[in-house]
Design a protein around this ligand. Structure first.
Ligand code: NDP
Length: 297
């Protein structure tokens, strides 16, 4: 392997520790802890794991965690009533509704019900609009984590060619906007893009957010490029394995012989998401308390 490994796990641990220290100072100043409410509807096993780890990380960062578990047959009205109750609760600074929602529940309507000042996931249309027009607001955690890793590696991203593969509202689009705001020259690729390998070959920065195991091949990567792999894909179990390996959207073994730097999966982008969620929650708490958030949070 010739590429430098971008250690998202270590970076996220530092960020969580920093947020934890600031959160302790916040409770001294504000006379209460910052609080994050997580709402889980139904019993999706993966969501259950995420919610549990978010709860643990919140408490470890000196913040209050409020978990709300609702049955899968919860109605739209009941779910929105809970969101409204959390909007009105002064102990709650951030609200996260774990997606996907089961059954016929309308995700857009539920997200729209969240107070934009508590939208720490950054999925509300007001947050998306603020990002688009360059106003302060909450940015989705995964792309914000990616840009932190990129800034840490490159410092200034001005003039670099960046290709984002994927155009979802939660990763691809906000990622492209953040890169644009950082003065990179940005191309957004998707399932209808022609000659994707050729486009990726021009990129100094590649962000892969597709959801297809090891789709991005080593010979697509420009030598020395920085590769951020957002994908989380589970392979079929090999013989003797009880579950398949987790891999990203990039052929890690091959790409790490060509790239200048690369995130592993797991241990790259993944751990950044919760760390940034805690950071966003603390930023919300400072705003709710009418206090200035510390520099560099
Ligand atoms: P979506 O399924 O919402 O979006 C996938 C995007 O990839 C779409 O824009 C789609 O294009 C594009 N795409 C699909 N096939 C191709 C192809 N063959 N060539 C080029 N582009 C293609 O996924 P998400 O954005 O939600 O997530 C992407 C990946 O990131 C997933 O593996 C997910 O698990 C992971 N993820 C990881 C997180 C973390 O680390 N914490 C958080 C969130 C996601 P089109 O729009 O044309 O359909």
């Amino acid at each position: 392997m010739t590429a430098q490994l971008i250690d998202g796990k270590a970076f996220a641990a530092d960020l969580r520790a920093r947020v934890g220290e600031h959160a302790a100072a916040f409770s001294e100043q504000a006379g209460r802890k910052a609080g994050l409410a997580v709402v889980l509807v139904g019993e999706d096993a993966a969501s259950e794991v995420y919610v549990r780890s978010k709860g643990k990380a919140t408490v470890a960062a000196n913040m209050e965690s409020f978990e709300h578990r609702l049955p899968a047959d919860t109605s739209q009205e009941e779910l929105i009533a809970l969101v409204e109750q959390l909007n009105a609760d002064p102990a709650v600074d951030g609200i996260l509704v774990q997606l996907p929602l089961p059954g016929d529940l309308d995700e857009q309507a539920v997200i729209a019900a969240i107070d934009p000042g508590k939208d720490v996931d950054g999925f509300h249309v007001e947050s998306a609009g603020r990002l688009m027009v360059g106003r302060e607001g909450f940015v989705p955690c995964t792309p914000l984590g990616c840009i932190m890793l990129l800034r840490d590696r490159h410092g200034d991203l001005s003039g670099l060619n960046a290709v984002v593969i994927g155009r979802s509202h939660i990763v691809g689009k906000p990622m492209a906007q953040l890169l644009l705001d950082a003065n990179a020259t940005v191309t957004i690729a998707h399932s209808r893009t022609k000659d994707l390998p050729e486009i990726v070959r021009r990129a100094d920065i590649v962000v892969a957010a597709v959801g297809r195991a090891e789709m991005v091949k080593a010979d697509w990567i420009k030598p020395g490029a920085t590769v951020i792999d957002v994908g989380i894909n589970r392979l079929m179990p090999a013989e003797g394995e009880s579950k398949g390996r987790l891999v990203g959207d990039v052929d890690f073994a091959g790409a790490s012989e060509v790239a200048g730097a690369i995130t592993p999966v797991p241990g790259g982008v993944g751990p950044m998401t919760i760390a940034v969620l805690l950071r966003n929650t603390l930023v919300a708490a400072y705003a709710h308390a009418g206090l200035e958030a510390p520099e560099g949070l």
